[in-house]
Ligand binder design. Structure first.
Ligand code: MV4
Length: 446
């Protein structure tokens, strides 16, 4: 039972990406759009389009009722949520099912399980999945924090139980620092998240962020598509991703992949998903979290595996069995992605909305561009500043770096500030070129 019509509950480059997969599969597409997006490429490319409200996300792309009505009105069999917006909202997944519409993603129950980090930690510890050593619960006083830190050994990191994305984190390198960090972190957590609860972990110095892409069908079949290296980030926003990772060999990949599948099985996870790990200098790896969605950086995996992940998501949601076997997956060559953001690297990467005057896109061998922008496109301040992705493939890492430098040299966007010029510098950096990177690389780059 393959779908006749899919509604894409998203905008921008990912809406275009999903429409392309549908078109290749012979599936009719329905776009949804806010008042700010009526002239967007996803609206133009889809077979039909429905206005779902004002520019503010809360009133349009996050409006569950409006999106469900659009699907019912147009007779869509399924909804693809893309990333961000409602993609990891268990209530939205449930609303789809309640209205007889298939949600292209994991079940509402596994989305909820993936989102509950402290519950996930407990379950996974029981299964022998490596997690960062830490307090098994919320730490109620700085005295207790000091006891736990003495057991773990310094440095330690305080994290807000209600937080995420790195907000409200504080590092302590000794007992004095921990006592003062505890009250600061707890106060910050109360203000920022309305919840003063804090927990404690051993601090992993200069880790790498490595994630495993998995696919699981509704019949218990799972495969992994290898890793993505995502250490090149700034304030927890990934900027450059690659696959494979220069840190990961066949043996390590098999170990990470097996662990990722074990995590997926433990929460009944189906469809495409990503298991994130922190990896330390000695290649100890620790599970961090599950991303229950297609991710921005999925194309690097597609280019080295030859698997169209969005196509697979649709087949799995339609109830097909996975036809790809683990032994069919071989990472061929090297892929790298630069996220093109409408931000100003010379002004703290602040958003720089405005009208694009003109664009010259790179092209030629090994270049893929996923974007929704074009000449005269207006970048509005309403949504994420990602305006496209430049992805390259070549036979090995040095060749991929060389190709990316060539592509970045060709790329020109006039009228707004972007991250393109910043990437030209990153790709000239010696440590970047040798793969000597970690999650703090950009802070320290000269
Ligand atoms: C850590 C860590 C080191 N040790 N936890 C940042 C976001 C949040 N989800 C978890 N984060 C980290 N947790 C321990 N025990 C370092 C980071 C971290 C990080 C993690 C992933 C990607 C980029 C990062 C950048 C800085 C810090």
């Amino acid at each position: 039972m393959i779908f006749k019509t899919i509604l894409i509950a998203n905008r921008g480059e990912i809406a275009v990406r999903v429409i392309r997969a549908c078109r290749e599969m012979g599936i009719k597409t329905i776009a949804v759009f806010s008042d700010a997006d009526k002239d967007c490429l996803h609206v133009k490319y889809a077979d039909d389009a429905v206005n779902i409200g004002p520019a503010l996300s809360r009133k349009s792309y996050l409006n569950i009722d409006n999106i469900i009505s659009a699907a019912k009105k147009t007779g869509a069999d399924a909804i693809h949520p893309g990333y961000g917006f409602l993609s990891e909202n268990a209530n939205f997944a449930k609303a789809c099912i309640d209205n007889n519409i298939i949600f292209i993603g994991p079940s509402a129950q596994s989305i909820a399980k993936a989102g509950d980090k402290s519950a996930a930690r407990q379950t996974l510890m029981g299964l022998g999945i490596p997690i960062i050593p830490g307090s098994d619960d919320i730490v109620s006083s700085s005295d207790l924090a000091c006891d736990i830190a003495a057991r773990l050994g310094y440095p330690v990191i305080l994290k807000a139980a209600g937080g995420g994305g790195g907000r409200g984190m504080r590092i302590a390198r000794n007992k004095e620092e921990l006592v003062s960090a505890f009250s600061i972190a707890s106060g910050e957590a109360r203000v920022a998240f309305g919840n003063p609860d804090i927990y404690l972990e051993k601090y992993i110095e200069k880790p790498r962020h490595i994630e495993i892409q998995i696919l699981g069908d509704n019949f218990g079949n799972y495969i992994h598509l290898g890793e993505r290296e995502c250490s090149i980030q700034m304030r927890y926003q990934k900027l450059i991703e690659e696959s494979p990772s220069s840190l990961v060999d066949e043996t390590f990949r098999a170990k990470l992949g097996k662990t990722a599948i074990k995590i997926a099985k433990s929460i009944g996870y189906t469809n495409a998903g990503t298991m994130e790990f922190l990896v330390d200098k000695n290649k100890n790896f620790y599970f961090m979290e599950v991303n229950a969605r297609i991710q921005v950086e999925h194309p690097v995996t597609e280019l080295v595996t030859g698997v169209d992940i969005v196509h697979q998501q649709i087949l799995i949601a339609a109830g097909e069995k996975l036809k790809i076997k683990q032994e069919d997956i071989r990472l061929n060559g090297w892929a790298m992605e630069c996220r093109i953001n409408a931000t100003d690297p010379n002004d703290n990467f602040m958003p720089s909305p405005g009208q694009i005057e003109s664009i010259i896109f790179p092209g030629g061998p090994g270049i893929r561009i996923d974007t929704h922008i074009h000449d005269k496109y207006m970048v509005t301040p309403f949504y994420d500043s990602l305006i496209g992705k430049l992805i390259v493939w070549a036979q090995d890492r040095p060749a991929a770096i060389n190709r990316m430098r060539r592509a970045l040299a060709e790329f020109e966007i006039k009228g707004i500030e972007t991250t393109i010029g910043f990437y030209r510098k990153v790709f000239e950096n010696d440590n970047f070129q040798t793969g000597d990177i970690d999650t703090h690389f950009l802070e320290n780059m000269k």
